[in-house]
Write a protein that binds this ligand. Structure first.
Ligand SMILES: C[S@@+](CC[C@H](N)C(=O)[O-])C[C@H]1O[C@@H](n2cnc3c(N)ncnc32)[C@H](O)[C@@H]1O
Length: 507
């Protein structure tokens, strides 16, 4: 396939799919859209919440005799499978949880309410307990724990797990097999899946091989990712085998990368929990060897469990410092490094180390925070400067809560918030990371040049929501950083948070 035909394919197919991708990628719109397209059975409850408060809405929902219609099977299935990204749903379910616990509702005696609690429990696991809880709820939880005679033990256990990590609650309860035997199947399934996953990760932690010292002197960032492996992910839209080769050939401007038979050696530097490395394993398809390195053992263990789950064998995971990539003793056709360099004390040194292990003619993909797109985030961070890097989970929860109370619709409108606001780990990373550099496109270009790399292009972001017909750089402009800079000045929020930049090491 010629470079030209790849370019045409890129501009036509990417433009044609922008509108669809905008909706799919910005998943928070999915719920409001769903409501628009077909009347949501919960619409009346949401209206009540907005008019009279979410406690009233929660009371109406819990007291309803029509729960089957209000909460159909697909509502439960979606919330058990995904991380909720709809603000009205979060406000309602937070109030439901509060009411169940403070009001001492005997939900375990009602099959429909038990189903609702099971969905709440799975959602709390999915979003890493990102919902804010009041002091009264914690007092009520302690009180329930003392009423051992009047409540089954498993009910107290499940209620606690709505507010705390299951592993911790299980350890504290020194829960024996009898406790799990008492639970109805739906709860036992959720609890044992979460505990099995935690056990699998623990067993992987010390089995991941290590290269080099894996120390680089900024303990704060390393301990952040040990405590909060990033990103938390549940499932992934698996790309069709080999399709990434076509995209990469287009972005890198080199048709040779589209050849499905070409052996590829790919490095994923700072692979975190492996969500992208595993998608790349499918996307690059056969004849690919992928090496994922990271400093965080907890993240690598997460990635190893997920790789097993998805049956990915072409991914090798190593604990290593990307600054010491040369210790891998290999050169790579493609180096992928997303969301990492802007958290390093010295991003130039990081990129230079990656350029060193890239084969001549090879490609480097980095994502970097955009100064312009993160203007709003920077403003929000400024208000919390003192606490950044040392902020508790409860403070993150309270911060989100206050933002949602102030102007919930604004969260949907802010592109920069849309992706990473709805689970604890991503939200912490998005807003409270102890170390972040932000770039303009000319500054990103200077960073590439400092490592001896040539600019190829930036992946076109989805169109801003209020302007679906955006004029993107096209044709020769795709390779012109100035054209992208002008584009960003015209649409300052367009990149959401990050530039996805492709560069090439001169042959
Ligand atoms: C924000 S996460 C990004 C994870 C993944 N690349 C993604 O895009 O989903 C940053 C990751 O970089 C890792 N990291 C930070 N400094 C590193 C270094 N010097 N060498 C290797 N990994 C590093 C962290 O442990 C963390 O897992």
């Amino acid at each position: 396939m010629s470079t030209l035909s790849i370019r045409c394919r890129m501009s036509l197919s990417s433009r044609a799919s922008h509108a669809v991708r905008a909706v799919v990628r910005h998943s928070p719109l999915a719920d409001p859209l769903r409501r628009l397209i077909r009347r949501d059975p919960l619409q009346g409850i949401f209206d009540l919440g907005r008019r009279c408060g979410w406690d009233a809405a929660a009371a109406a929902l819990i007291g309803s005799t029509d729960l089957d219609r209000l909460l159909p099977h697909d509502w439960h299935a979606r919330l058990r499978r995904t991380i909720n990204t709809d603000i009205a749903t979060e406000l309602l379910l937070t109030a439901v949880r509060r009411r169940l616990v403070i009001g001492g509702v005997q939900w375990c005696k009602d099959a429909k309410l038990s189903d609702l609690v099971a969905t709440l429990l799975q959602q709390c696991i999915n979003n890493e307990l990102v919902w804010r809880a009041s002091r009264e709820e914690h007092i009520a939880l302690d009180w329930h724990a003392e009423q051992v005679q009047s409540r089954p033990r498993w009910v107290v256990f499940v209620q606690k797990c709505l507010y705390d990590r299951i592993e911790r609650v299980a350890a504290e309860a020194s829960a024996g097999a009898e406790l799990y035997d008492e639970m109805p199947d739906v709860f036992r399934g959720i609890v044992s899946a979460a505990l099995d996953e935690a056990t699998a990760r623990r067993s992987w932690r010390d089995r991941i091989p290590s290269i080099g010292s894996a120390e680089d002197g900024y303990a704060e960032v390393v301990s952040l990712y040990e405590e909060y492996p990033y990103p938390r992910w549940l499932d992934w839209q698996i790309p069709s085998r080999g399709t990434r080769r076509l995209d990469v050939a287009a972005w890198g401007g080199d048709a040779a990368f589209a050849d499905p038979e070409r052996p590829l050696d790919v490095l994923v530097a700072g692979c975190g929990t492996g969500s992208k490395a595993i998608a790349y394993a499918f996307g690059y398809g056969d004849h690919t060897r992928i090496t994922g390195i990271d400093l965080s053992r907890a993240s690598l263990a997460y990635a190893a469990v997920m790789a097993e789950k998805y049956g990915v064998r072409s991914l090798e995971l190593l604990r290593a410092n990307l600054l010491e990539s040369s210790r891998l003793g290999r050169q790579f056709d493609i180096v992928e490094c997303t969301g990492v360099l802007h958290h390093l004390p010295d991003p130039e040194a990081g990129l230079a180390a990656l350029a060193e292990v890239t084969k001549p003619g090879g490609l480097v993909h980095i994502s970097l925070y955009s100064e312009l797109a993160r203007t709003e985030i920077a403003r929000l961070r400024r208000g919390h400067e003192v606490r950044i890097g040392d902020i508790s989970d409860d403070e993150v929860r309270a911060f989100r809560w206050n933002l949602m109370q102030d102007d919930p619709d604004a969260i949907d409108r802010r592109l920069s918030l849309r992706w990473d606001f709805f689970d604890l780990v991503r939200c912490r990373d998005l807003l409270f990371h102890p170390l972040e550099h932000r770039y303009t496109i000319p500054e990103a270009l200077a960073l590439l040049h400092s490592a001896g790399l040539e600019f190829c292009t930036i992946e076109p972001p989805p169109p801003p929501l209020d302007r679906l017909w955006v004029r993107y750089p096209s044709g020769e402009e795709l390779r012109n950083p100035q054209a992208w800079h002008q584009f960003e000045l015209r649409y300052p929020e367009a990149f959401g948070n990050l530039y996805e930049i492709w560069a090439r090491k001169p042959a």
